[in-house]
Design a protein around this ligand. Structure first.
Ligand SMILES: [Zn+2]
Length: 105
C-alpha cells in the first residue's frame, strides 16, 4: 500500500516585491526587492514572487494578534524544486533545485 508523505504546510516569511526606481537615462524601471511579508503588507505591496525560485506566491494575511502573515508557493511544482520549498525539503530523492517554470517577471 502506498503511504502518503506528510508535507508540513509551507510558511515563508520573506519574499520579493516589485518596486520602481528612477532609471539613469530617465523614466522608471522595475526591480525586485527582498522584504519580510509583514513589511510588504504594511507597505501596501501588491506584486510578490519567491526570492529563491521567482515563482508566484499565495499570500496568507493574518489579522489576529500574534499570528504572522506568510506566503507559500502558488504552484506545487515550484515548491517541489525551490530551495525554500516545503515539498523540496520533504523529497528524499536528492533532486536538484531549479528556478520556477513560470517565473514572475
Ligand atoms: Zn520558491
Amino acid at each position: 500500500m502506498a503511504t502518503k508523505v506528510a508535507i508540513t504546510p509551507e510558511k515563508l516569511y520573506e519574499c520579493e516585491v516589485k518596486r520602481r526606481r528612477v532609471r539613469a537615462g530617465g523614466g522608471y524601471e522595475p526591480f525586485w526587492k527582498v522584504k519580510t511579508v509583514a513589511d510588504a503588507i504594511l507597505d501596501g505591496d501588491t506584486e510578490f514572487r519567491c526570492k529563491e525560485c521567482h515563482g508566484p506566491l499565495k499570500l496568507h494575511k493574518r489579522h489576529t494578534p500574534g499570528a504572522v502573515s506568510h506566503v507559500e508557493h502558488k504552484l506545487k511544482s515550484d515548491s517541489e524544486h525551490c530551495p525554500v520549498g516545503a515539498r523540496f525539503h520533504a523529497a528524499a530523492d536528492g533532486r536538484a533545485t531549479r528556478l520556477s517554470g513560470t517565473p514572475v517577471a
